[in-house]
Write a protein that binds this ligand. Structure first.
Ligand code: NAP
Ligand code: HSE
Length: 428
């Protein structure tokens, strides 16, 4: 048996406590599978006195995560505090400078600083691992960097924010409005401290851009990802989609095209009976397409104590086994600077308009669509009590540019009672 691998854990919340439970309860399994004991030397969080539901008495305490990261008796610094900058980044950088391996679940930090941190880790010959940062318990980083390493990845799709998927499926199943389900998710503790990270699509986009970097050998590029949250989706949209055989999902799409790297995270309609359409509650799904392998579908818990701690420990055990893989699957210095592109591929669209119910309004809408070259496949005006007429339109294949042009022209009529929405229909 090799000498023990000693952890320093900063962050003792949902994920941190889960990691400590696995280390305490599965020590024999971890040792036999990784060839050494995995121990915890020291821990850090904001409050020393908080009850974490685990016995912490055997571990040294550090108030400062940077001090923890630099300790001589720490081989792997496990960062589970979160936050794009601040103590998480400072402590990870200190650990790398001190020659320690780093395991983190922090997608926000890596989406913004991944390239610089990967360069630093590789220059210091230490591992920087982040399986838990993307899709919780689903081993998608391992799949891309190892099992699928011989493929040219052609496309990644996925539902990678459990909170949004919970909100959308709960709205459908209970017929409850967005605001009510949002509040319910809040009470259940599902939402990030800044809820816009979830419902604004930012958290899911952080995950998507990390996958893109590995898949296409490009530097992490969050800034150019197209983002749209779920805040404007109504129960009527969800039910109309269902009526037509679709379900609305916050869908991540990334592909490398001749024009450049396309990355988007936005609500889309997907076929109701497709694997993505069938995804309920807080579950995540990642679909990867490679030239040799074809399509791979991975499904599982995207968050929570056990699944996320499972992913963290998978990384720790790889380090214990002496497995070393470049942070994004190839040396960071070889990752290409991305040329970002906005997808202008045609697809059918679902459009919901709320129109002032006056003579001639519909004629103006159809003219705006026709002028933009958008052809209507189906159209329905629903009954209404007030003066705002809900109109649902499904288009034939149209480009995002044409849809934008049509919506601008419709807005310019001054006949819209509410902000319109247009959602891509993706045949997956
Ligand atoms: P959490 O429950 O809020 O726990 C955060 C922990 O970090 C707390 O123990 C907190 O201390 C500590 N902390 C925060 N700021 C600190 C600071 N300045 N100095 C020292 N300690 C500090 O968060 P979590 O859900 O476990 O998430 C941790 C990381 O995992 C985040 O990057 C998150 O995005 C990622 N992640 C979480 C999940 C999930 O299901 N929860 C899934 C995937 C990835 P106190 O407890 O004393 O306040
Ligand atoms: N807020 C995230 C989600 C947590 O809902 O999926 C896991 O990253």
């Amino acid at each position: 048996m090799n000498s023990p691998l000693r952890l320093g854990i900063a962050g003792l919340g949902t994920v941190g406590a889960g990691v400590i439970k696995i280390v305490q309860e599965q020590s024999a399994l971890l040792a036999v599978r990784s060839g050494c004991d995995i121990t915890i030397s020291a821990i850090s969080a904001r409050s020393r006195s908080k009850d974490r539901g685990v016995d912490l008495s055997a571990y040294d305490w550090e108030d400062d995560p940077v001090a923890l990261a630099k300790r001589d008796d720490v081989d792997v610094f496990v960062e589970l505090m979160g936050g794009e900058d601040g103590p998480a980044k400072a402590a990870c950088e200190a650990a790398i400078s001190a020659g320690k391996h780093v395991v983190t679940a922090n997608k926000a930090m890596l989406a913004h600083h991944g390239q610089a941190m990967a360069l630093a880790a590789e220059a210091a010959s230490v591992n920087l691992r982040f399986e838990a940062a993307v899709a919780g318990g689903i081993p998608v980083i391992k799949a891309l960097t190892e099992g699928l390493a011989a493929n040219h990845i052609t496309r990644i799709m996925g539902v990678m924010n459990g909170t949004c998927n919970y909100i959308l499926t709960r709205m459908e199943n209970a017929g409850l409005p967005y605001a009510e389900v949002f509040e319910e998710a809040n009470q259940l503790g599902y939402l990030e401290a800044d809820p816009n990270l979830d419902v604004g699509g930012i958290d899911a986009a952080h995950k998507l851009v990390l996958l893109s970097a590995i898949a296409y050998g490009t530097q992490v590029d969050f800034a150019s990802a197209e983002l749209q949250g779920i805040g404007l989706i109504s129960v009527d949209d969800i039910l109309a989609a269902k009526d037509m055989g679709y379900r609305i999902k916050l869908l991540g799409l990334s592909s490398m095209t001749d024009a450049g790297l396309e990355q988007s995270m936005q609500p889309c309609l997907v076929p109701y009976n497709s694997p993505l359409g069938q995804l309920e509650g807080g579950t995540n799904m990642v679909v990867i397409e490679g030239d040799a392998v074809g399509q791979i579908v991975m499904r599982g818990a995207g968050a929570g104590e056990g699944p996320t701690a499972s992913a963290v420990m998978g990384d720790v055990m790889d380090i214990a086994r002496g497995i070393s893989i470049p942070v994004f699957g190839q040396p960071a210095a070889t990752l290409k600077q991305t040329k970002a592109a906005k997808s202008n591929t045609g697809s059918p669209y679902y459009i919901r308009l709320s129109l002032n119910d006056t003579t001639g309004v519909m004629a103006k809408v159809t003219t705006a669509l026709a002028d933009a070259g958008v052809s209507i496949d189906r159209m329905r005006q629903k009954g209404h009590q007030d003066n705002a007429a809900p109109v649902l339109i499904v288009t034939h294949e149209a480009t995002p540019t044409a849809i934008d042009m049509a919506l601008k022209a419709i807005e310019a009529t001054g006949d819209l009672a509410k902000t319109p929405i247009a959602l891509k229909i993706v045949e997956v």
